[in-house]
Design a protein around this ligand. Structure first.
Ligand SMILES: NC(=O)c1ccc[n+]([C@@H]2O[C@H](COP(=O)([O-])OP(=O)(O)OC[C@H]3O[C@@H](n4cnc5c(N)ncnc54)[C@H](OP(=O)(O)O)[C@@H]3O)[C@@H](O)[C@H]2O)c1
Length: 235
């Protein structure tokens, strides 16, 4: 019997969305529509992971460092973990700016999964700051990437922090195990503002069935935890 979970990490995604399902506005500008409690929730989820994963657009737009606060680092050290999870960036084109804030922070090692489309000059600049995994194919094989994270870096729990394009790509391949979803008390409207699964007009290959395992409300926000029911069990 093949247990897929042994070959890849448990993947949990954490998102905040408006009551009308939007994760940002149509300009994709960083938009702060959640409470301090939600930000703490995101940090706590991140701190539970061995690695945190982000798509290149979110990294670029939000210019995040993907670290965790000192007290959560201390709690990890007590649990005999590294102070902070590994940070993993995915990009097909590989045109990643080495001046982004993430590369100024040394809180934990950075891995970049990309392709040999990454310009040579960028490769040289990023090699100083991160470990590069470049594939010769045009696109990254996400399942293979998860396999490498599990086998080479011993990543058992992976926190996916989006964005929607990356989340959808993982979801389409049945590679998401849990969704932590904060519903924030706003509505943005707009067909050009991405939802949780992005802007694609296409349906998912099959509807994804979730099972609600936890629900909390704090103030006007609702914190949901869904387990994703897998489509294709590999028995
Ligand atoms: N509300 C929330 O909780 C939340 C969470 C996260 C992000 N966001 C928002 O989401 C917006 C960005 O989302 P997005 O959907 O446009 O972008 P995204 O998923 O963050 O990043 C997309 C990029 O990641 C790389 N990528 C995606 N799928 C890939 C795959 N299968 N294989 C290899 N690389 C892949 C590609 O990079 P290259 O183009 O370099 O090839 C792609 O263009 C931002 O505005 C951000 O603020 C909101």
């Amino acid at each position: 019997m093949i247990n897929s979970k042994r070959q890849r990490p448990f993947v949990f995604a954490t998102f905040a969305m408006t009551a009308d399902g939007k994760v940002t506005t149509r300009s994709f500008a960083p938009v702060d529509f959640t409470s301090r409690e939600d930000k703490l929730h995101l940090f706590r989820q991140r701190a539970l992971a061995d690695a945190v994963l982000i798509g290149h657009t979110s990294l670029k737009r939000d210019n995040v460092r993907l670290g965790i606060p000192g007290e959560l680092q201390q709690a990890r050290i007590k649990r005999k973990k590294t102070p902070a999870p590994l940070r993993v960036i995915v990009s097909n084109k590989g045109r990643i700016d080495s001046r982004l804030k993430i590369f100024q922070s040394t809180t934990s090692p950075i891995l970049i999964f990309s392709t040999t489309r990454m310009p040579k000059r960028t490769q040289a600049a990023l090699k100083e700051k991160a470990t590069l995994h470049l594939t010769k194919s045009d696109k990254i094989d996400l399942a293979a990437m998860l396999g490498t994270l599990r086998s080479k870096y011993n990543v058992r729990r992976l926190a996916c922090e989006g964005g929607p394009m990356l989340f959808r790509a993982l979801l389409e391949r049945d590679l998401i195990d849990q969704l932590n979803l904060t519903i924030a008390p706003y509505m943005f409207g707009g067909a050009k503002a991405p939802t949780l699964t992005g802007l694609s007009k296409e349906f998912l290959p099959a509807s994804v069935h979730c099972s609600l395992i936890d629900m909390r409300t704090i103030g006007d926000e609702c914190f949901l935890t869904y387990r994703i029911k897998h489509q294709r069990r590999r028995n």
